[in-house]
Design a protein around this ligand. Sequence first.
Ligand SMILES: [Ca+2]
Ligand SMILES: [Ca+2]
Length: 461
Amino acid sequence: MRILIASFCFCFAASGWAITKPNVLFIAIDDLNDWVGCLQGHPQVKTPNIDALAKRGVLFTNAHCQAPICNPSRVSLLTGVLPSTSGIYDLDQPHHLSPLLKKAHTLPAHFKANGYQVMGRGKIYHGRYKYPEDWHDFKTAGDARLKQFRIKAISSVPNIKVRDFGPIDLPEEEFGDLVNARWAAEQLKQEFKKPFFMAVGIRLPHVPLYAPKRFFGRHPEAKVRLPQIIKEDLKDLPPAGLEITRYMHTTPLNHRSVTQTGNWKNAVRAYLACTEFVDHCVGVMLKSLDESAHAKNTIIVLWSDHGWHLGEKEHWAKRSLWEESTRVPLILAGPGIAKGTSTRAVGLIDLYPTLNALCQLPAPPQTLEGRSLMTLLNNPQAKWAHPALTTFHRNDHTLRTERWRYIRYANGDEELYDHAADPNEWNNLAKNLNYQKIIIGLKKKLPKMNAQDSPALSKKK
Ligand SMILES: [Ca+2]
Ligand SMILES: [Ca+2]
């Protein structure tokens, strides 16, 4: 009840005392792993603005995406429905083609249907459909960053194209992420007749890993620290796990190419620089919010759609069921939210019911499969018995609890890691008989339903 009351600001309106619902500033980051200061994923990254945000709300240090690639992760978060229920597992399956989600409200649509002013910029939905009907005001800014690799690659990795990385000599004002952050900063100075839901989707550190030069200057190549890996790490992986590490071998950004051309440090450096540029953009928005009339009545949510490998398990980018791909930054701050750190295993899918609760919105037409995080927003270390589920294509699943990661691939292959002893997931315990009880217990929590693939764009005329 304490939370409920605190979530509202009582103010005097012309008609008498009225309840003003909290605003929502919804910051989506693309492909940001745990290389954020407050998550301690990399010892050199400096993200003072995200860290400051974490201190004023609840930082979830064990939050996971529901799919380790953009579209299914975002659809799941934005509709509150698991990939294994919707059948949306890949990039080319927009939610409007899903029979199950036809009548669903996405988060922006739900806020719009319930009296909010709904605005957005940048990447919120994945893909070419922008769903303008879900917003009062939505635009995508151009991004000069997307021209550079077509003109000339910066890195020396062969055929790198869109996966290129390095500093580019363009004015910061031409980076779409800063354009969008400044748009949000301007909007936040305005008054609104209704409570607002403002979504800003930041494109970096998605490839190409280009950031303004000054962000690279902070990380001289010689001083860059590589992620910790061990030589024999792949030896205890089952065939399905090995198959995943090989996926990226068919793209130009693969471990052999990066290491044989001497680019590992350069790539790590670019990811650090891009992440710090993202943090700068987040800071632009938060500074404006703090100086605005909305400072005290705005809930801030910051999340990333999945993580990213930079050589761990000889793997690059996303598309795995390991910690590097599933773990994401997740922070909620604002009225009605305690300050603290939660180590409970939670999912991005929990955001929809959480925002519904914080803003007292009615249930949407679809059945939400996440759980409201209100208990943890009140007491970050409250009891929480639920594992976080991530799915990669049909029936390849992983469950993360506070201690364990259990992976079960569609062909029955398994991996089990004990994070209490092995935070890098080096030692696969799935075949060790001492852990069979743990596996049996976790296996029961896998989804009972594994929906067939939802229609894909390429299959529809
Ligand atoms: Ca992404
Ligand atoms: Ca291993």
